[in-house]
Design a protein around this ligand. Structure first.
Ligand code: UDP
Ligand code: MG
Length: 316
């Protein structure tokens, strides 16, 4: 008898105590309808400080499961990385624990991956109407900047909601950088991929863990990790500024010699000093971002630390 493919469901959890049991119950019922597959749960409790810990410890799983408790909150990127490292399925599907990723789209991801033989099928949100203007503008700038280089392009509005074959999971795990930006890594590994559009649902409990400051930090992480354009651009800017000042200097000398004009310019001088001061600080700041990334990588600290793992095995 042919065995059914096993799919590991990676579910990152941070302070989802109010709804995690209901989420797992609903998911479990839904998975019963997908009889051509077997499933295992890989749940990462990313250092929750609400009652997620107790909720997960007391939950009775009807399928094989691993609940990995981090020693503290390391962030979703680390939680997903740990999930991939502990998954043993033929494919891995990542889904949020807050009902924002519809189960019908999960079915579509699974179906497209196995039936149409794709290595990675990812969900792309079809609108950002739920977000404010500032967040949307920043997201737009982020994608423009990070996709300016010659490297692989990040698909716009694709997140972690995706299914990946074992080949892709192993490729992602072979990327050993410690400061991880999963959206970039998914694009970087390549393979045969397909996008599916979906409408993101409302969060059903708790609240989003992201604020604007965190999003900006997250965007900088992506930019620093996946493009060196902000570093290199200063060579070009520097070249043009030097060239322009050389021309301006030459013009001043010629004017002074030929027309005996005393070149006025107190205001110009002050403006130029502030302008170039600003530009220099900005460029040093950008170099600092890259240097800090090198520093973090050189320290070689682990991406996450595990406090406990609870496993339960079931024969499906
Ligand atoms: N999450 C996590 N660690 C964090 C923040 C979030 O594991 O530091 C989990 C969270 O519990 C949820 C998923 O990642 O299952 C998405 O988080 P959230 O809903 O806050 O993000 P949003 O949907 O607003 O982008
Ligand atoms: Mg969410």
């Amino acid at each position: 008898m042919a065995t059914h493919p096993c799919i590991s469901l990676v579910i990152p959890v941070f302070n989802e105590g109010d709804g995690i049991c209901r989420f797992l119950d609903t998911l479990d019922k839904h998975l019963d309808t997908l009889s051509n597959y077997t499933f295992e749960y890989i749940i990462i409790n990313d250092g929750s400080d609400d009652h997620s810990d107790d909720a997960l410890t007391n939950y009775t799983f009807s399928r094989s499961s691993k609940v990995i408790h981090f020693s503290r909150n390391f962030g979703k990127e680390s939680a997903v990385t740990a999930g991939l490292a502990h998954a043993s399925g033929d494919a891995v599907l990542i889904i949020d624990a807050d009902f924002q990723h519809p189960f019908s789209v999960m079915d579509e991801l699974i179906h497209t991956c196995f039936t149409d033989d794709f290595d990675m099928v990812y969900a792309v949100r079809n609108n950002r109407k739920d977000e404010g203007l500032l967040k949307r503008a920043l997201t737009h700038c982020f994608y423009k900047l990070v996709n300016m280089g010659r490297g692989p392009k990040l698909p716009i509005d694709a997140g972690d909601f995706r299914i990946m074959s074992r080949k892709v999971v192993d490729a992602l795990l072979s990327c050993t950088e410690r400061v991880r930006f999963m959206k970039g890594l998914y694009a970087w590994v390549g393979f045969k991929t397909k996008a599916i559009e979906f409408a993101v649902c409302e969060r059903q409990h708790g609240k989003s863990k992201w604020n604007i400051a965190q999003l900006i930090r997250y965007a900088i992480r992506g930019i620093v990790g996946f493009t060196d354009i902000p570093l290199k651009i200063w060579t070009i800017i520097g070249f043009f500024i030097s060239f322009a000042s050389f021309l301006y200097g030459a013009y001043n000398i010629v004017m002074a010699l030929t027309h005996k004009i005393d070149v006025p310019g107190y205001a110009t001088l002050v403006t130029a000093i502030f302008f170039f001061g600003g530009i220099q600080l900005l460029s040093i700041g950008i170099i600092g971002e890259y240097l800090s990334r090198v520093f973090q990588e050189v320290k070689g600290r682990p991406t996450y630390l595990i406090r406990d793992i609870h496993e339960s095995h079931k024969n499906d």
